[in-house]
Write a protein that binds this ligand. Structure first.
Ligand code: GLU
Length: 291
């Protein structure tokens, strides 16, 4: 039997809350039940929002919870050269293009178009898709702007990528926490438009780093929140383009606040450190999240 490998991959840009605790403890439970490995990955590519203080808090909370990860911890900010090498392949293969528009320019462009009565398409999270102007720029103009040091992000040319693959993509999604049955889900990367694969100041993005790391760490089972369900379509496309293996996925329920909304990192009383200080035990946390 092949060994199963699970991972919990928090971003240290805030404090862990009950939603993270559920994800971490569910991964632990599944790894234990299958005799598999349990890895911790710190997703800290956003070096402005992720801080050593938050990371120390994440590690302390996970230790207290009894998460029990295997060493070494993979810290994404220490692997930019690896991401750059993969990005270079996408550049060479003409699957990405430099996107110069700033957030303000994108907003203005879309507002202008909507004023003229066109509903602008949005991604599954409700964010407007990136306008196609930069993709249509003549190569000479692109080169000129890059030579002039105009800031840009690398975006995936999703239409080119999908046609390069030449077939529909799916992923295997477990139907419940017992991980006994999977169903096949159609990947719809087009719904996200031309996603960023490398940000202005970093040679990667969440999507690129996560598929590289899941492959490098030989993750067999990605167990994470329902909020990342449809983003899996983008990740399947990247895996296929890069020839990476595909894990099986389980997107678990989200722990919601008393207002019925997703918990955020600017939290009130659902933060793990606060609950611990108020006298909660790790077992109490398990009960609170239904495990
Ligand atoms: N780093 C992501 C987060 O904290 C999780 C990514 C994943 O599990 O794929 O939301």
């Amino acid at each position: 039997m092949t060994l199963l490998t699970f991972r919990f991959a928090p971003s240290p840009n805030g404090e862990l809350h009950l939603g993270h605790a559920y994800s971490a403890l569910l991964n632990r439970k599944l790894a234990k039940a299958s005799g598999g490995s349990l890895l911790l990955r710190i997703e800290d590519i956003d070096t402005t929002r992720c801080t050593p203080q938050f990371e120390a808090g994440v590690l302390a909370d996970l230790k207290w919870l009894g998460f029990g990860w295997e060493e070494p911890v993979r810290r994404q900010s220490e692997h930019f050269a690896e991401y750059q090498a993969v990005l270079d392949r996408l550049i060479r293969d003409d699957l990405v293009y430099p996107a110069f528009m700033s957030r303000g320019e994108i907003r203005a462009f879309i507002a202008d178009s909507e004023k003229r009565g066109r509903d602008w398409p949005r991604d599954p999270d409700g964010v407007p898709l990136y306008p196609s102007a930069d993709k249509a720029l003549p190569v000479r103009e692109r080169k000129r702007r890059v030579a002039e040091n105009a800031p840009f992000a690398w975006r995936l040319d999703v239409a080119a990528a999908v046609s390069r693959i030449g077939k529909g993509l799916t992923w295997a999604e477990f139907t419940d926490e017992t991980l006994s049955t999977t169903r096949s889900v159609e990947a719809r990367p087009q719904d996200w438009g031309d996603v960023i694969v490398a940000r202005r100041d970093i040679p990667t993005s969440y999507h690129l780093a996560v598929v590289i790391d899941d492959a490098l760490q030989a993750i067999s089972h990605v167990v994470r929140g329902q909020d990342l369900f449809s983003a899996t379509g983008v990740q399947r496309l990247l895996q296929e383009l890069l020839g990476l293996p595909q894990p099986a996925y389980f997107h678990h329920r989200l722990i919601l606040g008393s207002d019925g909304r997703k918990l955020s990192k600017s939290l009130g009383d659902t933060g793990l450190a606060k609950l611990r200080d108020a006298g909660a035990s790790p077992d109490d946390i398990g009960r609170m999240v239904g495990l």
